[in-house]
Design a protein around this ligand. Sequence first.
Ligand code: FAD
Ligand code: NAP
Length: 544
Amino acid sequence: MGATQTVEPSDVLVVGAGFAGMYAIWKLRQSGLRVRGIEAGADVGGTWYWNRYPGARCDITSMEYSFGFSEALQQEWEWTEVMAPQPEILAYANHVADRFGLREHIDFDTRVTAAHFDEDKRQWAVSTDRGTTYTARYCIMATGCLSVPNTPEIPGQEAFAGEVYHTGNWPLEGVDFSGKSVGIIGTGSSGVQAIPVIARAAKHLTVFQRTPNYNMPANNAPLPAEYRERIKQNYAAVRAAQRLAQIGVSEFSRGLGGLGSYPEPTESILETTPEAREQALATYGFEAIRRYHDLAESPEANELACEMFREQVRRVIDDPETAAGLMPRGYPFGCKRPVIDIGYYETFNRDNVTLVDLRRGGIERITDSGVQTAQGSFDFDVLVYATGFDAMTGALLRMDIRGRGGRTLASHWAHGPKTYLGLQMSGFPNLFTVTGPGSPSVLSNMLVSIEQHVDWISDCILTLDQQGASTIEPTEEAEDDWVRHVFEIADGTMLTAESCNSWYLGANIPGKPRVFMPYVAGVGAYRQQCEAIVAAGYRGFVIS
Ligand code: FAD
Ligand code: NAP
């Protein structure tokens, strides 16, 4: 594999030092295993290390988007806001690394380029861009679902003479926008978070929007000490509830003060009158449509809600043309990852912000001074790509991963990702993915899913060691059945609607197979299946 230096063998290699890799290193070392971490970045934190763009923060309550594996950790850490900003989450990741002594087990600034399974030695050989080769019995890919920034290919890209940034790979030293005009492409979660903050800092901001979203207000706020203490006192119950909840967020946040939560969906929109809908809009604004429980049940119900949403955009935005440009149309509410905003719509009432609705004429090329579209040219000093990620499969397929018989992961996944439980692939023994495609993953509170996967993998490795076994991998049949199950359960829902071009479907990357990748049954139901499979002697796996 062209490597020049061989590192001392480990029992387990962990690729990636975001929350998944950090927890995996800690957990497996608790069992006395020799564990080595390898991370492309210069430090821990993963998502929160790379995504330092202005406005970045989590979109669920931080009291719940945090590790539950250590009672001491969750008692000592003080979140200051309902949804913590990126610097605070990165500080938390650093605290975890310090507290549990993780850094000495991680090689930073090292990117894994290949991982090959040696069938004779029954071990993985992992090579890196530093020319090193690592070997281990097990390899855990904690490489992240949203860790490969997507920069779309647009003609003329290299010609732009100003500064260029991507939200997913933001400079460590930050960016000074003062006195500068800025163009930003993309209005997904990253763009929606960055736009209000950049607009306040820059001389002028031009927003290039291809698809408007159904954004919801974040309802972020400083975290009252009393609320924090009540959650801390109830943490055992909060964590237990998360593990069984549909998306890994408990009802405790709502019960304990209602911070960062949405109205309960208690009504049927199809049974409302126009007057009742008007009343709901007047009372709840954008969140009014969260009150209805039947938006997923029929296109008519969904479209009624979408119309309410557009009406609210009309009310909030001063300029009618800008309002029309911000109105989402032609795809259902709920088919994409919900986008949470803080003052996003109001930003378009500022004098220094221009919306370019690309539905009226798309981007043709990037010039030396800006962006040329079918509706005119726009010049600026700084170009920001908020254009998302090659999600879920991107980081794995960027490595040359080869299993039995030299079979590549790229060929195994040629028609979309195939896994058993999102944890393993047939023909790739002892290789594990954390929050891989085919698991609840990005449809859940990721910290809850990360802990569940790492615990499962750790138990699995210990079981094999106890049995004196050397390899585990799923049967092809179990993998095929799981892939079919993942597909069937999402099929016919809004998530797979023809009109929905979400990254869950790979639709944001040209040429990527259109396959719905996460598992929609929910965190609790999925966990029960994983446990049942183990209880049945690792049903669907071959242990040898
Ligand atoms: P990551 O944090 O992505 O870490 C993976 C690490 O692997 C990275 O550091 C990367 O450098 C490294 N890596 C990848 N490939 C290689 C390689 N070949 N060699 C060496 N190292 C490699 N989820 C939520 O549940 N709630 C939220 O509010 C939320 N907000 C988010 C906000 C943003 C801006 C983004 C982008 C994602 C958000 N997510 C959120 C999802 C988030 O990715 C997860 O919550 C979580 O941080 C993922 O942790 P991870 O360790 O699995 O992956
Ligand atoms: P994204 O949701 O994929 O959004 C990318 C944006 O770029 C979309 O508006 C897309 O338009 C646009 N785009 C892509 N290529 C384009 C092109 N060639 N021309 C014009 N526009 C183009 O990516 P993201 O905003 O980075 O978010 C990804 C995920 O990360 C989120 O869904 C979420 O899971 C996570 N995240 C969470 C938070 C949070 O609030 N905690 C913040 C950031 C990210 P189209 O829609 O038309 O494709």
